[in-house]
Design a protein around this ligand. Structure first.
Ligand code: HEM
Length: 444
């Protein structure tokens, strides 16, 4: 996740109405900008434990500046672009087929489907294949566990982040060594693939067929990236790109199973637009699925995968109510609270995808029109560069779940029983896995 970002300085010319900045910086649950200050009089956290990873040489944790800007531009040109994302279309399609097969096997065994796990596997497998060009199933380590542990450590409370002089507490409680061990495991995986890629003589093919690691290795060879940059960027792709899109799918399914009318409408849309003969929803079908797209947006309003955006002021900032923020202040922007703010949204607690009908968005996946009320991908210079890929993975997975299967709650459970508690973490996943009964949809 992006850590550092400028907030427009007080003396800068206004390019947008100032209330937008106020909205961004306000915690609606508390109602006053002052409440953004950490509770219990804690000083602002430095999140040093995060920056220590690869010496902040990745994109997400690198401080704002010329180097960050060059590195981000390089990655955008090389792989966060439509052509490259499209070159992995067949990988995503394969993984959709694998997901459907898994569900069918659960149906024939009269077993429930763990939708949360399934969504995570889909995004992990897809990311793994895009990054390393090989199937996750062929490897002897459990990537899911390694990633889960790393994500947990990232979200943990470290004393040194708040009180640098008390860093010994993290050492004494064993947290620091757990963090190190967990990242050494991830590092071991990256190194293994780097070695394999360097060994493989056959990997001198065209740029068109390069996986993401090929691209990174080429950039390293050209002197545009260091080894640390390379591993840091791999970490961003795995930590930033897997949990996030899968959380959208599990929350969307949880909302829909509680509102069968909405589920039915979404299924009718996808089935009638795509037609039965096709057998699956392809990425090229997504542009017709307007209701599904509204469901995804509504899901991200209520359940933004990255609920807290961390920013740092570079200049003194004065809010329109006179509140001053000094430079070098860490600011948490609470995207979760903004999405539920009654001043911003009518009946914010209701899951209503149709609220977006009259909020015409200028681009297919653009959120810019929503006046900073919907910021699941952040905003500004550090807006998520994987936004289009993340949306694509979430939409195609959800569309296929709705197209091929009918879904029900397990026997004895009613809509009110669906537990919507959130787990603590860097990304907001469900506390309790969503387990549902699937049935293969057969057209009459
Ligand atoms: C639904 C899916 C996703 C969501 C909701 C999401 C959300 C976010 C958010 C909120 C930020 C921080 C933005 C800010 O500070 O203003 C971010 C940054 C970032 N994301 Fe994503 N993300 C998603 C998918 C992805 C994917 C698929 C990738 C890569 C493959 C990715 C890579 C990154 C990177 C590298 C950054 C750091 C950008 C920087 O600091 O310049 N994300 N993401």
């Amino acid at each position: 996740m992006g850590i550092l970002q400028t907030v427009r300085p007080a003396h800068a010319p206004k390019t947008r109405p100032s209330f937008r900045h106020r909205r961004l910086l306000r915690n609606p649950r508390q109602g006053r900008p002052q409440d953004l200050r950490p509770r219990l009089l804690l000083p602002p956290p430095q999140r040093g434990h995060l920056r220590a990873l690869y010496g902040s040489s990745d994109i997400a944790f690198m401080p704002y500046g010329e180097r960050w800007s060059q590195q981000r531009k390089l990655c955008t040109v090389e792989f966060f672009n439509a052509r490259k994302i499209n070159s992995f279309k067949s990988v995503r399609e394969d993984e959709i087929v694998r997901m459907a097969k898994h569900i069918s096997s659960r149906i024939s065994g009269s077993l429930t489907v763990n939708v949360s796990e399934l969504a995570l596997y889909f995004s992990c497998n897809t990311t793994y294949r895009m990054a390393f060009g090989r199937d996750i199933a062929g490897d002897d380590f459990n990537v899911y566990d390694v990633l889960r542990e790393a994500q947990e450590m990232l979200a943990s409370f470290f004393m040194a982040d708040y009180f640098p002089l008390l860093g010994w507490v993290d050492v004494a409680t064993g947290k620091k060594s757990r963090l190190r061990k967990s990242f050494l495991k991830l590092d071991g995986i990256y190194q293994k693939f780097i070695d394999r890629h360097l060994d493989a003589k056959s990997r001198s093919g065209s740029e068109e067929n390069e996986d993401l690691l090929d691209v990174l290795l080429r950039l390293r060879k050209d002197g545009q990236l260091t080894e640390e940059n390379l591993k840091g960027i791999l970490m961003n792709i795995f930590i930033g790109g897997t949990d996030t899109s899968s959380s959208v799918v599990e929350w969307a399914m949880a909302e829909l199973i509680r509102l069968p009318e909405l589920m039915k409408r979404a299924q009718e849309e996808v089935r009638s637009c795509v037609g039965r003969s096709k057998g699956k929803v392809e990425e090229s079908d997504l542009h017709q699925l307007h209701y599904l797209k509204r469901i995804v947006k509504e899901t991200m309003r209520l359940h933004p995968p990255a609920p807290l955006l961390i920013k740092e002021t570079m200049h003194p900032v004065t809010l329109s109510n006179g509140y001053q923020i000094p430079p070098k202040t860490m600011i948490y922007v609470n995207a979760w609270a903004i999405g539920r703010d009654p001043d911003a949204w009518e009946r914010p607690e209701v899951f209503d995808p149709d609220r977006f009908v009259n909020m015409v968005s200028p681009g297919v996946n653009s959120f810019a029109h929503y006046d900073f009320k919907l910021i699941p991908f952040g905003e500004g210079r550090r807006i998520c560069p994987g936004k289009n890929l993340g949306m694509l993975m979430a939409e195609v997975a959800l569309a296929n779940l709705l197209y091929s299967f009918d879904w029900q709650l397990p026997p004895g459970m009613s809509e009110e029983d669906v537990n919507m508690e959130e787990a603590l973490g860097f990304t907001v996943r469900r506390k309790h896995a969503l387990c549902l009964v699937a049935a293969k949809f057969e057209a009459n």
